[in-house]
Design a protein around this ligand. Structure first.
Ligand SMILES: NC(=O)c1ccc[n+]([C@@H]2O[C@H](COP(=O)([O-])OP(=O)(O)OC[C@H]3O[C@@H](n4cnc5c(N)ncnc54)[C@H](O)[C@@H]3O)[C@@H](O)[C@H]2O)c1
Length: 282
């Protein structure tokens, strides 16, 4: 591992591997695309699911360029029937049971609590929380049947930082964190590994694709693209390595680790720090 990135490792095709036959949601862009490419570099076959079919197809074309097998499927992860069908189609396309699901699809939503409409809340919950619940719901029984498997849920540092003006997003990610922690304990005896990814800023299209009030969307996008301490490729590599080692958490950046530590060791002090800094910056 270097200071700013991780190097990919190939899995041994002679041994059964949870990386070998993967489904990645939101694979048409950003972190999902990086996961798909990294799995392909390690020798895996990947089903790339996205609500945007042409974006998923572009990812598959990138996999094919490096000689890997990939399949694109259109899927809205917030729709249970579509995720059920994804779980069935993936097995048929790969001619092998799925061994890893990466519940990555997500959307960004910002704004003060009283600025958000209920439609905003439902949209964010539909993709970020229900999408992950659906992915776990349909793949866990398949992994139990297979006798092994793995789940990576993409949460965010927002799952524990409670940053202001991100209520709905924070709530969905806190749900993903809790779901992953509980599943990890419940599924260990079935040889099903769970990892939850909690990054801070990663340069992707999340702000461009999200719903943010105009007053700070340009600023947020500028910060995301210019001041992130990592890349989506590096985050994907570290997460797959941690999953391999059997770690539950991937907290990739230094700021994400610092917030984690502050929140866990001094929760009341952390709450005061957050409120005071918010007051100061307003
Ligand atoms: N970029 C960051 O700073 C950051 C930080 C922490 C966590 N995350 C999380 O990482 C994950 C990936 O986001 P990203 O940053 O790569 O963003 P992105 O916008 O680049 O990619 C998200 C992908 O998800 C797809 N998608 C959106 N709604 C969908 C739906 N209903 N069904 C299926 N696919 C859908 C989009 O089409 C897109 O291809 C998200 O869960 C996000 O919350 C991102």
């Amino acid at each position: 591992m270097s200071l700013f990135g991780h190097n990919s490792k190939k899995y041994n095709p002679k041994k059964p591997s949870h990386l070998a036959h993967a489904v990645v949601t939101g694979a048409g862009s950003g972190i999902g695309r990086s996961f798909a490419l990294e799995l392909a570099k390690r020798g895996g076959t990947v089903v790339c699911a996205d609500i945007n079919l042409s974006a998923a197809e572009e990812t598959v074309a990138l996999l094919n360029e490096i000689g890997a097998k990939g399949y694109a499927i259109q899927c809205d992860v917030g729709d249970a029937e579509q995720v059920k069908s994804l779980s069935e189609q993936a097995e048929i396309l790969m001619q092998h049971p799925t061994t890893l699901v990466i519940n990555n699809a997500g959307v960004g939503l910002g704004g003060k609590f009283d600025e958000l409409t209920l439609d905003d809340w439902k949209w964010c919950m539909h993709v970020n929380l229900w999408g992950v619940i659906h992915g776990c719901h349909y793949f866990v029984p398949k992994f139990k049947q297979l006798g092994y498997g793995a789940i990576i849920n993409v949460a965010s540092a927002a799952s524990y930082t409670a940053a202001p003006e991100m209520t709905a997003y924070n709530v969905t990610k806190a749900g993903v964190l809790s779901l992953s922690e509980t599943l990890s304990a419940e599924l260990r005896k079935f040889k099903i590994k769970v990892n939850v990814l909690c990054p801070t800023l990663v340069p992707t299209n999340i702000i461009k694709n999200g719903r943010l009030p105009g007053r700070y969307s340009n600023l947020a996008n500028h910060a995301l693209m210019n001041y992130a301490f990592t890349t989506s490729d590096s985050v994907a590599i570290e997460t797959l390595d941690r999953l391999d080692k059997g770690d539950l958490y991937t907290i990739p950046q230094i700021d994400a680790k610092l917030f984690w530590l502050m929140k866990r060791t001094s929760p009341n002090l952390y709450a005061k720090f957050l409120g005071t800094s918010y007051k100061f910056f307003k």
